[in-house]
Write a protein of this length. Structure first.
Length: 405
């Protein structure tokens, strides 16, 4: 572990898997906060994924799982401080009605993590998602008396999040990255704690696509949906169905899809069934590709499409990172009104089509294929809006200001 700078406030990021291929927004945030340099950042993670980070960030990452010494610490701490431990457990879990065997296990794990985290001697702990990782940090914070904060996103606010009211109550602050999820979060917390909720958009380098493309541009209109996950809420099957409609009308096009996910085989079969193997291509064999490769598809694309939907279970996007990236790439965007997408895309910055509607999607794609002037106009207005809302130099500084308060 690199030597800690004692003159700066020490911020420990707790990120269970880092860097994740489809969570570039976390890596970008961490990198920019380190670059700004006003706090000393360390990252505690349990495992690596296939995402990429700069060398100067790798030096600040520690990969460590709970070991026997940490479990011994947890047992010892439990017996020596049983009254305080029970009080903390009761305050967190009893009021929410979530006191059960699985949470007892999670609580014990958190005691063990406290032994790891205290070795970093942090002044503040930060984590992403209002699910189990932030529950661990909530408990660790109470045990070690170290302030913490959480960044909430979409699914973790609507579906998978737990103890959201308690996390906001005990946190120093909690950020939410889109207005739709922010509104939902406000409904879940006590009125006296609502000022702890902060609307803070993701950040991106607004010059991300300034270098020339390395891939050759296709000799037909190129439509891109990439850097995403192959899951239901992305609405990918409707894009494949729209391709079949365009093909039936004799409209030349090529669709490139990039991303990992469980629906790869389903989409591959749908492409085969509709005889679209020369029109729709899924790159990465369902495992995704590094962002440096994804980046090249943005540069040669004519149109970006993300036909997001809200699932029956209520899973829905916030402002997807891929839509932000497409706007920064000055691409005309076709999407839906699902979740928080309309924070960025409206009638002046893109084309909005109904959810689950392949016919409307095909018409919108055809409209943009046939109207290059409109493509340029929409790409320009989307960029202008995104470069203000999502400039990482601004948004990372806002986060850092919250750390320093």
């Amino acid at each position: 572990m690199e030597e800690i700078n004692a003159s700066k406030k020490r911020i420990l990021y707790f990120i269970p898997t880092f860097p994740v291929l489809t969570e570039t927004f976390i890596a970008r945030e961490v990198i920019k906060v380190i670059e700004i340099g006003e706090v000393d950042v360390r990252i505690l993670s349990l495992s690596k994924d296939r995402g990429s980070i700069e060398e100067f960030v790798k030096d600040r990452v520690t990969y460590k799982r709970i070991g026997i010494p940490d479990c011994i610490f947890a047992l010892s701490y439990l017996f020596q401080n049983s009254k305080m431990v029970f009080r903390i457990y009761k305050e967190i879990f009893f009021s929410s009605g979530l006191w059960n065997i699985s949470n007892l296990y999670l609580f014990f794990k958190s005691l063990a993590y406290a032994n790891i985290i205290k070795q970093f001697n942090p002044d503040h702990i930060h984590c992403h998602f209002l699910s189990d990782p932030s529950t661990i940090i909530l408990i660790v914070s109470r045990i070690l008396n170290i302030p913490f904060s959480v960044s909430g996103h979409a699914k973790d606010v609507f579906l998978t999040g737990t103890l959201i009211k308690e996390k906001v109550k005990y946190s120093k602050f909690t950020t939410i990255c889109n207005s739709f999820a922010f509104g939902k979060a406000l409904e879940k917390v006590d009125k006296e704690d609502r000022d702890k909720l902060k609307l803070l958009f993701h950040g991106i380098d607004i010059n991300l696509f300034s270098d020339p493309p390395k891939k050759h541009k296709p000799n037909r209109p190129a439509i891109f949906l990439g850097g995403t996950r192959l899951i239901e809420k992305k609405g990918i099957k409707y894009l494949i169905e729209a391709s079949a409609i365009l093909k039936s009308k004799g409209i030349s096009h090529q669709i490139d899809i990039v991303g990992p996910g469980p629906q790869f085989n389903e989409f591959k079969n749908l492409i085969k069934q509709k005889e679209l193997r020369n029109y729709v291509f899924i790159h990465g064999e369902g495992n995704g590709t590094p962002f440096e490769e994804v980046k090249e598809f943005y540069k040669i694309a004519d149109i970006f499409v993300l036909p997001s939907i809200e699932t029956v279970e209520g899973d829905v996007d916030g402002v997807p990172t891929v839509v932000i990236e497409a706007a920064i790439a000055k691409l005309p965007i076709i999407t839906t009104n699902a979740g928080g997408i309309t924070d960025l895309i409206n009638e002046t910055t893109g084309l909005i089509v109904p959810q689950r509607d392949a016919d409307s999607l095909a018409l919108a794609i055809e409209k943009l294929i046939l109207n290059p002037e409109l493509r340029v106009k929409l790409g320009k207005t989307a960029y202008e809006k995104a470069s203000v809302m999502f400039d990482i130099n601004i948004n990372a500084r806002k986060l850092q200001e919250e750390f320093l308060v």
